[in-house]
Every structure is written in C-alpha cells, then in structure tokens.
Design a protein around this ligand. Structure first.
Ligand code: ATP
Length: 359
C-alpha cells in the first residue's frame, strides 16, 4: 500500500471505449463528492484515438504512469471498429504486463439478496474474493501457428507458469487473507487454490507444490484445493464456503464473470490490478459492452465501487467506506439502472450516489 505519501493523491484516468466513457465520469463525480484529496489527469487512450492517429500508448506511457501517478482508474477497452483489438491489448494488457501488476483482485460481494439469481442466498453468504494471476498463463500469447489457412494448420498456445510468478501470487493470497476481514468484521480464514492439475499436470504440479510450501508458512490459515470445473459447480450450488480463491490468469478471468453473476451481473463487479508498493490500476470487471454503449444505460456501480477500492488501496478508507455505503443504499432503494431492476439511466444513478455521498 502506498500510504507514506501524505499529500494529494494523483490519479491517471483512462475511460477508454464504449461504456467506459459513460461509467468513469460517474465514478469521478462520486469520488469528488466524497471529498477525497485527489487530483485527476485524464488520458484519451482508446479506440477513437487509435483510429484518429494510430496511437495506442505513447512511447514512454507506462513509465510516465508509474512515475507520475499514485494509481490509475481505467474504464473498458474494445471497439467493433478495431477488428484486431490491438489497442485494447496494448493498453490494458500493456498496463498489466509492462507495469507488472501481477495480482488481479476481484471482490465478490452481494449487496442485496434481490440481486442474486440463487434461491435463499443473503448478502452475508456471498463475501469472497478471487485473486487472479495477471501476468502469465495463456495471456502471454506465446506460441504460434504453422501452415495457417490450410487443412494441416497447427495452432499452439503456450501456458506460461514461472516459479516466481506462481509463488508471488500465492504469497499475495495468503498475506491478503491474513490482513483482511470479511464485511461483518470476522477474520478471513481460508485460501482455496483452483487449478486443473489432473489434466494440466506440468503447470498444475508447480502450483500444487508452491501452494503446499507457502501454505505451510501460514499454519493459521486453512488451505483447500478444487479443480476449476468442480469450483464452477460449487459456486452456483452454494457460494457460502468461499473465502479467498487464488488461481491462474485464464481460470480467474472465467470464474470472476461467473462470480459477478452472483452479485448482480457484470455491472456490479470491481477489480484492482496490483503490484504492492507500485502504481496500481483499478478497473470495473465489465468490458466496453458495445450493444449498450452510448445509450446512457450502463450500470455505473461497478466503476464507482472500483473507485472506492482504489481509494481504500491509497489509504483513503473513510471516503471509500462512504462511497460503498451510498451504493448499498442505492441498491436497497432501487435507485439503479435497469440491469439490476431499477429505472434510472447511467448519469442519474451516478448522480444519486454522488448526492448521497456528499449529504
Ligand atoms: P470483455 O471481453 O472486454 O471483458 P465481454 O465480452 O465479457 O467484454 P462486456 O462488454 O463486459 O462483455 O459485456 C457483456 C454484456 O454484459 C453487455 O453487452 C451488457 O449486456 C452486459 N453488461 C456489461 N457491463 C454492463 C454494465 N456496466 N451495465 C449493464 N450491462 C452491462
């Protein structure tokens, strides 16, 4: 955590594409209303800029972000006009990989029972988090194609797992578990590692060995293991036993969309891309959602909760708590967008939360 710097926190804001451009302004409005001592600098990196002048990220872009800012708040990247999605890869994966933001932290919390598609599940039953390895796995895009476009085509997608990468994410999960409580104030107790080591034996073996080793250094924390397929079934049958889940890049990507379903859908989910001690990046879990972009329909709460998560990370815990409480109240009073049962538009939902925060 970056708590030594006492002064105004400098935040780089990259709204990006599609609904990112609609939800991020709402998050900024709410942060301003909270009175947090922050200064925003906005960057226009995204599809429009790429289509205009071919730029995705300026040459010193990532160095500048790490040097000049305490945190980054990003929206979403992806635009149907850019078929290759090159700008999204260079900006989003660029930040994660080149700034080495190795821990993708995704809290899964149910604010109101009405938002959960499962029967009989209360807010206290869904309060876990997924810690996803963010810099390795199949997302490195290592591999290649041979004889492309022929009947003999071969495509190889390598799954990269380094000892260093696996160890640091597993350590992060145990340390997180040790230092954080649940929403009701009770301690977190268990780290579950999710893999597919029965089929992917080489990578799975490394994860298994490291998990056992690091788990042994934390005897007070319970350890558990599940194959990813079994975990998916468990998540929709009964999410109550989950606490801290640690997993690789791809499984983390998939299970966090499933988990977002438990908390009201993609519009409600927040995430942080973290390297302890360095400038970290916060973004809602959802993408640019082209079908609803530009219509003032997108749920801004995922982005607003992401901004609160960022403030908490920067040590502005009072402002973060105020924002979370206001979103909770909005959900309870159905002052929400249509995707979670309300009637408000993006801007109105953001406005309601901002007013509540400043009242
Ligand atoms: P990506 O791969 O970039 O993460 P995705 O293909 O998973 O994106 P999203 O862009 O996140 O998909 O959205 C999928 C669908 O979920 C959208 O078309 C929309 O219907 C819904 N959705 C996502 N985010 C929101 C939101 N903030 N508010 C309302 N609906 C949303």
């Amino acid at each position: 955590m970056d708590q030594q710097k006492p002064s105004k926190k400098r935040i780089a804001v990259i709204p990006g594409d599609g609904i990112g451009q609609e939800v991020i302004p709402q998050a900024l409005k709410v942060v301003r209303a909270s009175g947090a001592d922050v200064a925003f600098s906005e960057f226009d990196w995204g599809a429009d800029r790429y289509l205009r002048d071919g730029m995705t990220v300026p040459p010193d872009g990532f160095t500048m972000l790490g040097r000049d800012f305490d945190a980054i708040l990003a929206g979403a990247f992806g635009d149907p006009r850019v078929k290759t999605n090159i700008h999204a890869k260079e900006i989003l994966l660029g930040m994660r990989f080149k700034m080495d933001l190795y821990a993708n932290v995704r809290p899964v919390r149910l604010l109101d029972a009405a938002l959960c598609p499962l029967k009989g599940i209360e807010p206290r039953d869904v309060d876990f988090l997924v810690i996803r390895e963010n810099t390795e796995g199949v997302y490195t895009n290592a591999g290649g194609v041979f004889k492309q476009g022929t009947a003999d085509e071969i495509a190889i997608q390598e799954d990269i797992n380094t000892r260093k990468g696996v160890e640091r994410i597993i350590r992060y999960a145990f340390e997180y578990c040790e230092c954080h409580t649940k929403l009701d104030g009770s301690p977190r107790r268990r780290v579950l590692m999710c893999d597919k080591s029965n089929a992917m034996t080489h990578a799975g073996g490394l994860w298994q060995r490291v998990f056992k080793e690091v788990g042994g250094e934390h005897p007070q924390i319970e350890t558990q293991h599940m194959y990813v397929d079994a975990l998916c079934m468990q998540m929709v049958r009964d999410p109550r036993p989950f606490d801290v889940i640690v997993t690789n890049n791809m499984f983390g990507d998939i299970i966090t969309d499933l988990a977002a379903g438990l908390q009201g859908g993609l519009g409600m989910a927040a995430s942080g891309n973290i390297h302890p001690g360095r400038t970290s990046m916060f973004e809602p879990v959802h993408g640019s959602a082209p079908p609803i972009a530009g219509k003032n329909l997108a749920n801004p709460f995922g982005a607003i909760l992401t901004a609160a998560m960022m403030l908490g990370h920067l040590g502005l815990t009072r402002e973060a708590a105020k924002i979370e409480a206001a979103v909770l109240e909005a959900v309870r009073q159905k002052k929400t967008t249509q995707d979670i049962g309300g009637t408000l538009a993006t801007r109105e939902a953001g406005e309601w939360v901002a007013e509540r925060v400043s009242s």
